[in-house]
Ligand binder design. Structure first.
Ligand code: PLP
Length: 193
């Protein structure tokens, strides 16, 4: 089964409440600050909401991110992994973590590079004992996504990671075919931002 992560960034609480009324409980936001303004009250009313962080995380926001998100999909560099490990060593229970992979080797995009991915996954899981349970990617806009989805699926399988977050408004059907456990859809649900 594939979980729909409804990407509610830039949309107001009233819009999110409409989705909740229709039964949606899993949401994605890009910015810690925006999520902190919108979700605490919603979570109080609907404790079964699961909130995913989909945007880049700065280490100075890590405490807030841990507090407000159930899943952080953008673990993408050693400095951030070490910061999570430091919080964990203090006794903090971390959210579920996915490692973001820059499958297209795009210089402007976040994510660990494919040639560094194996070593980074092992570092996070086995050296730091972080709760890494999945991988996430955003394929290049100008390429067919299938090879990227296949690559991510094989990488997750090689490391026994159960969750695969891939597919957005324009390619979620393909992502499901290639084994996505989570698709992240914003525009196709809420309209343009
Ligand atoms: C905004 C965003 C989405 C949703 O994109 P849509 O094209 O609106 O569906 C998915 N994933 C990430 C990481 C995003 O930043």
């Amino acid at each position: 089964m594939t979980q729909l992560v409804a990407v509610s960034k830039t949309h107001p609480v009233a819009t999110i409440e409409q989705a909740i009324a229709l039964g949606q409980r899993v949401f994605g936001e890009n910015r810690v600050q925006e999520a902190m303004l919108k979700f605490p009250a919603l979570k109080e009313h609907y404790p079964d909401i699961e909130l995913h962080l989909l945007g880049a995380l700065q280490t100075n926001k890590i405490k807030e991110a841990i507090e407000h998100f159930d899943v952080i999909e953008t673990l993408d560099r050693k400095k951030l992994a070490d910061a999570f490990a430091k919080e964990q060593a203090r006794g903090t229970v971390l959210p579920k973590l996915y490692i973001q992979v820059n499958t297209g080797n795009e210089p402007q995009k976040a994510g660990i590079l494919p040639q560094e991915a194996n070593e980074f996954i092992i570092y996070c899981k086995d050296t730091l004992h972080l709760p890494v349970v999945g991988l996430m990617c955003i394929p290049p806009v100008d390429e067919p996504p299938a090879p990227h989805f296949t690559y991510l699926k094989d990488l997750a399988a090689a490391h026994n990671l159960p969750y695969l977050s891939m597919g957005m408004s324009n390619d979620w059907q393909d992502a499901i075919k290639f084994g996505a456990t989570h698709i992240r859809v914003g525009t196709a649900i809420f309209g343009s931002r």
